[in-house]
Ligand binder design. Structure first.
Ligand SMILES: Cc1ncc(COP(=O)(O)O)c(C=O)c1O
Ligand SMILES: [Zn+2]
Length: 404
């Protein structure tokens, strides 16, 4: 196993503390000897219950390394019949990543990255965050007994997420700037001070944990769907999903690959713009905006991996408006009882649009990844839904009100 540069293919030691290629500065990824994995695979690996660490044979951590875990993964896959018929599609599933310990998909990557941090002897972990990464870092850092520092854009992080980071003892620093600025700062910080270990998704170990989402989808369905739709912010997750799929495909565990859809909010859409122009390069958005604050990112660090994933899967990148996002969030909650945060509803909104455009047809099977729980950002709901009705304790009055 090595760290490999995705541009110049230089190889580095798996234990090297580095986040970019030292030769060309491009992104790194974990490269496996797939033949070795295949030869050593215990035929019973499928029998264990779903969890991130179920897939340890496909992860870059030795079995004897002590794990920092909160029992992540094993999230539910809901066959959403009412939403399917509302949208006019036969087979729609929602992978509810809000079931994770800190209620977002970030925990899958964090358990692996923080385990690696401890194995490397790091004492301090850090990240830039639109909220969920900081919540996850704080929890796993607490579990692992590491000092934890998070950098967030001032006033642009939902309170549910901020409170998670604070209660779990992270040193929360906010700067007058957006996520992109925060990431720039923590990257400088961790490259200057070697004892500060960076666990943003530019850290390849994060993506290794996150790829387990698709391993679970495969096992839950018993096959690979036609489409997987995922929200895109810093673009780590869509990259991780494709890496997982590619590895299972090369190992012969699956014999089909889905098309990936990466969804961005209209005001924060550098990857979708590049895709719609058929480009392999991304122009950053200087002032990203969307009320889906989790994906309010203009300079996605993993853009190259993400674009490759989307092109290689023969999928697409698209945008949705904030209004479409809120409608999607509401549709899922009202029809299926699943409360997810705005960024997580971007795939639902995109599905509606792609069905209308005929890009996805009604007989194709779709999985939307719901990346985080709705309670992370309750404020947004109170702004957009009808307020509670004031009534007296008179039951006649209540009867009149409810029968309207
Ligand atoms: C709820 C939610 N959805 C989607 C994303 C985007 O994931 P990525 O940055 O890996 O593209 C994030 C990132 O913070 C998130 O918190
Ligand atoms: Zn390189």
């Amino acid at each position: 196993m090595n760290l490999k540069c995705i541009n110049c293919s230089s190889l580095f030691d798996l234990d090297a503390i580095m986040y970019n290629c030292s030769k060309c500065n491009d992104l790194l990824e974990v490269q496996y000897d797939l033949n070795k994995i295949s030869n050593n695979l215990d035929s019973k690996w499928r029998d264990a219950p779903l969890s991130v660490w179920k897939y340890q044979d496909f992860l870059p951590i030795d079995q004897n390394v002590e794990r920092v875990t909160l029992k992540e993964g094993g999230t539910r896959l809901h066959n959403s019949k009412k939403l399917s018929s509302f949208f006019g599609i036969d087979n729609l599933h929602i992978k509810n990543e809000g079931d994770n310990p800190t209620a977002s998909f970030k925990d899958r990557g964090m358990t692996v990255a923080v385990t690696k941090a401890k194995q490397l002897g790091a004492k301090i972990i850090t990240c830039a965050s639109t909220g969920n990464t900081s919540a996850s870092l704080a929890a796993y850092g607490a579990r692992g007994g590491l000092k934890r520092i998070v950098l967030i854009p001032s006033g642009k992080v939902a309170y549910g997420k901020l409170s998670q980071a604070m209660i779990c003892g992270a040193h929360v620093l906010q700067i007058d700037g957006n996520f992109d600025k925060c990431l720039e700062v923590v990257m400088k910080l961790s490259s200057k001070y070697n004892d500060i270990y960076l666990v943003n998704s530019i850290n390849p170990f994060r993506l290794e944990g996150q790829k387990t989402i698709v391993f679970e989808i495969f096992e839950q369905l018993g096959h690979i769907p036609d489409w997987i739709i995922v929200p895109v912010g810093n673009a780590g997750n869509v990259s991780a999903i494709w890496k997982g799929l590619s590895e299972f495909y090369q190992l012969g565990i699956i014999n089909k690959l889905p098309k990936l859809v990466g969804v961005q909010a209209e005001g924060s859409a550098p990857i979708s713009t590049a895709f719609s122009e058929g480009k392999m390069e991304v122009n950053n958005v200087q002032k990203p905006e969307t009320l889906a604050t989790a994906i309010r990112i203009g300079a996605p660090a993993s853009w190259k991996k993400a674009l490759r994933a989307i092109y290689d899967s023969k999928g697409l990148a698209t945008t949705v408006s904030d209004k479409e996002i809120l409608d999607g969030q509401m549709n899922l909650a009202k029809l299926e009882g699943l409360f997810i945060e705005p960024a997580s509803a971007a795939p639902i909104a995109a599905l509606k649009k792609l069905l209308r455009q005929g890009t996805i047809s009604s007989d194709e099977e779709v999985v939307c990844i719901a990346t985080g729980h709705g309670l992370k950002d309750p404020d947004i709901i109170t702004k957009f839904v009808e307020k509670p009705t004031e009534v007296s304790s008179d039951i006649e009055e209540i009867q009149r009100v409810i029968s309207k």
